[in-house]
Design a protein around this ligand. Sequence first.
Ligand code: ATP
Ligand code: MG
Length: 245
Amino acid sequence: MSPLILQNVVKDYPQGSRSVRALDGVSLEITRGQFVAVMGASGSGKSTLLHLMAGLTRPTSGQVRVNGQDLARLSESDLTRFRRDKIGLVFQSFNLIPTLTAEENILLPLRLARRITHADRERVDQIIQTLGLQHRRDHSPDALSGGEQQRVAIGRALINDPAVLLADEPTGNLDSVNSRSVCELLRDLCFMHGKTIVLVTHEASVAAYASDVVVIKDGKMIERFSTELITDQQELAARYQQAVQ
Ligand SMILES: Nc1ncnc2c1ncn2[C@@H]1O[C@H](COP(=O)(O)OP(=O)(O)OP(=O)(O)O)[C@@H](O)[C@H]1O
Ligand SMILES: [Mg+2]
């Protein structure tokens, strides 16, 4: 069973007396362990696509299935619970709690849900190791670099062991060094830990870390290709340009 299946998804946003069609019939299947980069111009519908996958918004028509669950069948409260348990979300802004340490920020989703167990502590240790933050676990966000802060945000998204990790321009606020370190972490999470990842970006240098690239134009998916035979980011950028022309 694929963790993410979208079938003919349409999303209209009301705009005064008219409406904007942000997504126009997107069908997409992402299999377990795939790392998919979604590329497209500003306003093409990338964030809308990610928000639908996350159940943050509902489609006007079409179906979104996450981990076998048709999101339309869930009530608002069940959807909130499903999102908390099955979906990891990362955004351009890190949204960390400034008064908590790195470790406490990672643990926050669990702490809000229940008491922290010994197994949770072991899990957070493991995650901190994967994130390469062993020496930063007691630092507050303002004592971390941008890349480290985004790593903490990724750790917080992973603490519930979600079925999918969804990231909207996670390197958008980072310089090139920190951007690279976050991309390498995402790649490792996919290739070494089998995570299923969808990443929105408009940078070929970021998309190059993914296993697949999906191109969105005017709310439609116009291209999907594997990066396996693509040698560098220039070639990827050229392939993208060719698609959107
Ligand atoms: N809440 C909303 N209400 C009305 N229109 C919206 C809303 N959210 C998005 N849109 C419109 O839907 C279209 C797609 O927006 P979306 O945010 O998905 O684009 P994007 O590809 O993520 O762009 P960017 O790269 O700038 O983040 C745009 O035309 C946008 O103006
Ligand atoms: Mg966006």
